[in-house]
Design a protein around this ligand. Structure first.
Ligand code: ZN
Length: 163
């Protein structure tokens, strides 16, 4: 490269802005102007690599919000029915099931009639003892991805899961 200011051969020309015009100059002459980064006349805002990364991260975050919102385990709408069916299939009385999961018979009766919701500690015990699932993975994903259709309800999701 030839310095556009002093005409000297320079291995590392720098783009500097001198009195409004951008010139490729040698290191010495660069002092006379203010250095311009990137292609002449176009100064990218900030560090392009950092900007790209930020942009990608923002994209990932918004994708996650839309498509992969964390799935949450929700208690099945028909948990009482599930408990009762599984218990009866095993020929157990409510008291027998209660004994297996360290709960009173009255608690089992309340669970089956859904007048009581199992605690987080009870759910895995009941699931294991009865070999059933009392929770549904409810992903907001599925709800939001539906377009041009009526919004899905929790019931729809559970029905889908059972099919
Ligand atoms: Zn020069």
């Amino acid at each position: 490269m030839i310095c556009e200011l002093c005409g000297k051969e320079t291995p590392h020309a720098r783009s500097v802005s001198i009195e409004g015009s951008v010139l490729s100059v040698c290191g010495e002459c660069a002092k006379f102007g203010s250095e311009v980064a990137g292609p002449i006349g176009v100064r990218p805002p900030g560090n392009p690599v950092v900007a790209q990364r930020l942009e990608r991260r923002q994209q990932r975050m918004s994708e996650r919000d839309i498509y992969t919102a964390p799935a949450s385990d929700e208690l099945a709408e028909d948990f009482g029915e599930r408990i009762r069916r599984a218990r009866e299939a095993r020929g157990w009385k409510q008291a027998e099931l209660g004994a297996k999961v360290n709960e009173r018979e009255s608690v089992i009766a309340k669970l089956e009639s859904q007048s009581m919701v199992p605690t987080d500690a009870m759910i895995p015990k009941l699931e294991k003892t009865l070999g059933i699932k009392l929770r549904e993975k409810v992903e907001s994903v599925a709800v939001k991805k539906q377009t041009g259709r009526a919004p899905m309800t929790l019931g729809d999701l559970i029905r889908m899961d059972q099919e």
